[in-house]
Design a protein around this ligand. Structure first.
Ligand SMILES: *[C@@H]1O[C@H](CO)[C@@H](O)[C@H](O)[C@H]1NC(C)=O
Ligand SMILES: *[C@@H]1O[C@H](CO)[C@@H](O)[C@H](O)[C@H]1NC(C)=O
Ligand SMILES: *[C@@H]1O[C@H](CO)[C@@H](O)[C@H](O)[C@H]1NC(C)=O
Length: 442
């Protein structure tokens, strides 16, 4: 797809062509569209949607439903040259709606998001790093609607976000394509689908976002990858959890990443733009880092999930299921190193919250787990959110800061990812746990 088309798609519309319509006929078009929109509820009977109505509706309903501008401005560094991200990993909404504890869990998870954002008011952008919904627990007719609660919470704070989908976001009753369509009803979602193909073949959430400096020059690129996994949805011919999805970033996506990265570099006068990557399932490099040893003082964080569950696990080299690890993520990790990403952020293993440095072929990347954010999903490790703070100046030196903001308000594992990270010593992170209060009725 040509770059411009991609840009337009990522920005959420194809509105430029309207500028060429003469003014008079533009008014006529607007009148017709407004009338059609008023008939909107009836149009649903005919199973047609009028794309323009959503924008218009959002505009009219602004007072009732907080929404951001239909055409989002690009992400931008603050005046002081800094940019902060809050990563919410493994929210696992939608578990057991038929029992009291299911909905209570979701409320608690929203509580974590709110508590973190209250204490991190400098957040410029949120990443939902996969397993947003527990797909195997939801109903076919309304499973995607759990994204509404998260989106409304972020929209009410005027914060925009980008998602990656995880293995639990695809199951026989939850299609990641349908989830994407639901998410894109919210103007604050910057999630995009830049690699065309089946959700089973390439996944959905493969895209990049540029972050501009004050002079509108691009200073950083955020890359999002879909590590797939889980089960093929009914929409794609799965069902009955009979068909597992490959659980690694597909080759096509790796090819797209290299191509786009090369193009951005050429556009930037041959200089690589600093990049951060987000993907749900860790790569084998995380497993290698853990095997080499996680030192509580040098790589502070919980190291409760051993060994790391990585991409390509459970698959054989020839693509059949049933082996320990097929190594299919190797090409992706090579591309991450060669394209010079500064950091790769994952979720998936709820009990691992450390960062480590990883070197290969003279290149270095920082690998970081998030913090389990949701009350759904396995494990009771304390909930929270990984924070990433970068500055234009720091990026030039390949440095950034990161810490975990816990639900309790405490900050743990604050480190500077710089040249001496891995040798510098920090405070050890305590292995705390959180539980929902158990009600009498349960
Ligand atoms: C989906 O439907 C079930 C059954 O009616 C209900 O319990 C649940 O709350 C619904 N979920 C959402 C997100 O609306
Ligand atoms: C689902 O799987 C079970 C066990 O493998 C099988 O008996 C059943 O026929 C399957 N149902 C459908 C609808 O495919
Ligand atoms: C890296 O950051 C740590 C913590 O701020 C600091 O002590 C150390 O000197 C830094 N290393 C370099 C090479 O700047």
């Amino acid at each position: 797809m040509p770059r411009d088309a991609e840009r337009t798609e990522a920005a959420g519309g194809g509105y430029t062509r309207f500028t060429r319509v003469r003014r008079a006929s533009y008014c006529r078009v607007l009148l017709v569209v407004s009338t059609l929109c008023l008939l909107g509820p009836y149009s649903q009977l005919l199973r047609v949607t009028i794309p323009f109505c959503e924008q218009l509706g959002g505009f009219i309903n602004h007072r009732h439903r907080p929404q951001l501008s239909p055409l989002l401005p690009p992400l931008q560094f603050k005046k002081d040259g800094s940019f902060q991200l809050s990563i919410f990993s493994d929210l696992h909404f939608g578990e057991n709606a038929w029992e009291p504890w299911g909905p209570k869990q979701d409320l608690a998870s929203l509580g974590v998001i709110n508590s973190v954002l209250d204490r991190e008011p400098e957040t410029d952008f949120v990443v939902l790093n996969g397993d947003i919904i527990t797909g195997e627990n939801v109903y076919l007719d309304n499973g995607t609607q759990y994204i509404d609660k998260i989106a409304e919470t972020l929209a009410s704070r005027d914060i925009t976000w980008g998602s990656t989908y995880g293995n639990h976001d695809s199951d026989c009753r939850l299609s990641p394509t349908a989830l994407f369509e639901r998410e894109k009803r919210y103007k604050g979602s910057r999630t995009a689908r830049m690699v065309r193909g089946r959700e089973e073949g390439v996944g959905v959430t493969n895209y990049y976002l540029e972050v501009q400096g004050l002079d509108a020059r691009v200073e950083m690129v955020l890359w999002f990858f879909d590590s797939r996994g889980g089960f093929v949805s009914q929409e794609e011919g799965g069902g009955n959890r009979s068909k597992g999805r490959e659980n690694w970033v597909s080759k096509e996506v790796v090819r797209w990443f290299r191509e786009m990265s090369g193009r951005l570099k050429r556009e930037n006068g041959g200089r690589s733009l600093p990049g951060l990557g987000f993907v749900h399932i860790p790569t084998g490099a995380f497993w290698e880092a853990q095997k080499r040893g996680i030192n509580g003082k040098k790589q502070p964080g919980i190291n409760g999930d051993q060994p790391v569950n990585r991409q390509g696990e459970g698959w054989c080299e020839d693509g059949m299921e049933g082996c320990e690890y097929g190594g299919q993520d190797g090409g992706f990790m090579e591309a991450v190193m060669e394209e010079g990403l500064l950091g790769l952020f994952v979720g998936h293993d709820h009990g691992d919250t450390w960062c480590s440095d990883y070197e290969k072929g003279g290149r270095r990347v920082y690998l970081c787990f998030g913090q389990h954010t949701g009350y759904g999903g396995y494990g009771s490790w304390i909930r929270g959110s990984r924070q990433v703070w970068v500055s234009i100046e720091g990026l030039r030196l390949r440095e950034m800061d990161t810490w975990v903001r816990l639900e309790s308000g405490k900050v743990v594992g604050r480190v500077r990812l710089n040249e001496t990270f891995g040798r510098d010593e920090y405070e050890v992170v305590e292995d705390e746990r959180t539980h929902l209060p158990v009600d009498e009725e349960n």
